[in-house]
Ligand binder design. Structure first.
Ligand code: NAP
Length: 273
């Protein structure tokens, strides 16, 4: 912890970024933290590299979340340029949030690992909070989770668990240069998810497989921009093909406690659904 001058949290208004920032604020004085995004106190925009330089001023450690997803084509060039700039500004360490089963994300991991910087990768399964703070929320409100997938399973993880692991990588130098693949404790299909919501919320939530065309029309009607829609298509029709149907013990290994169960997440956030 002694080598920390200032930690830059990129995506500090987002799901994991805000949870990480909140935790760091309990352990470090505010002047050692920089909250960055397009709308945070430190201006940072992935699409405007002129904002990166001032954001990195005086920074020793970075929590890097990329937006919209490391899976997009631009990510490798952005991560390469960012790591080069960080090295030239004497940044010591970057913890990168990554995703599972996405070749472009794994390329970005390699870029950081080979950057010469001290690094950690926190490679996460899909977030529970997609259902309360993200794209899936509308499905729960409507009572039907309608997706172009069949009975594939995912090991949904809580962002509170991800944030605890990320903070450990930033503050504990014994964790350096390791990749943690973090998942929730169980594999769940969208049918299982719908059943758990129905049981805990006390109203009917179902899962329905829709065609890719119907899914695209629904998303377009909801105003989802074309680039986000192509990312969603990639995630649902390629990444969700069973390649990620396994759980890991990394949350337990790092934190010494099990990852939060999906049922517990629903119960804790009941008022929001
Ligand atoms: N969601 C999942 O299930 C999941 C699973 C594994 C990995 N991930 C990874 O997590 C990362 C974040 O994804 P998320 O969907 O959960 O989003 P999020 O972190 O909840 O929100 C996005 C954050 O990025 C900021 N942002 C948006 N556009 C930006 C830009 N052009 N430049 C700089 N900052 C920008 C937003 O703040 P402003 O609007 O203020 O800029 C916000 O702080 C992605 O790299 C994704 O691959 C997500």
């Amino acid at each position: 912890m002694n080598d920390i001058k200032t930690i830059l949290v990129i995506g500090a208004s987002g799901k994991t970024g805000s949870a990480v920032y909140k935790r760091l604020l309990k352990q470090l004085p505010e002047e050692k933290l920089k909250a960055a995004s397009r709308s945070s106190s430190t201006l940072f925009n992935w699409n405007d590299s002129s904002t990166w330089k001032s954001a990195l001023e005086g920074v020793s450690h970075v929590y890097l979340t990329y937006y919209p997803d490391l899976a997009i084509e631009a990510s490798a060039a952005h991560i390469t340029a960012f790591c080069n700039l960080a090295s030239s500004k004497n940044v010591k360490h970057i913890t990168l949030l990554s995703g599972r089963g996405e070749p472009a994300a794994q390329t970005c991991e390699e870029i950081l690992i080979n950057s010469g910087l001290s690094w950690n990768i926190v490679r996460a399964s899909w977030f529970n909070q997609n259902f309360s703070d993200g794209f899936f929320k509308g499905f729960i409100d409507a009572g039907v989770i309608a997706l172009p997938v069949q009975d594939v399973k995912e090991a949904f993880i809580d962002i509170e668990d991800i944030a605890d692991v990320v903070v450990e990588t930033l503050l504990n130098s014994n964790r350096r240069n390791q990749l943690f693949e973090v998942t929730g404790p169980e594999l769940l299909s969208f049918d299982d998810i719908a059943d758990q919501f129905s049981e805990i919320l006390g109203r009917d939530i179902s899962f329905s497989t829709v065609s890719k065309a119907d899914f695209n029309n629904m998303m377009l009607a909801e105003g989802v921009p074309a680039d986000v829609l192509s990312l969603l298509n990639f995630l649902f029709t390629e990444v969700l093909d069973g390649r990620n149907e396994y759980v890991t013990g990394d949350v337990n290994d790092v934190l010494g406690r099990p990852a939060k169960a999906f049922k517990q997440y629903i119960a804790q956030n009941k008022a929001r659904f």
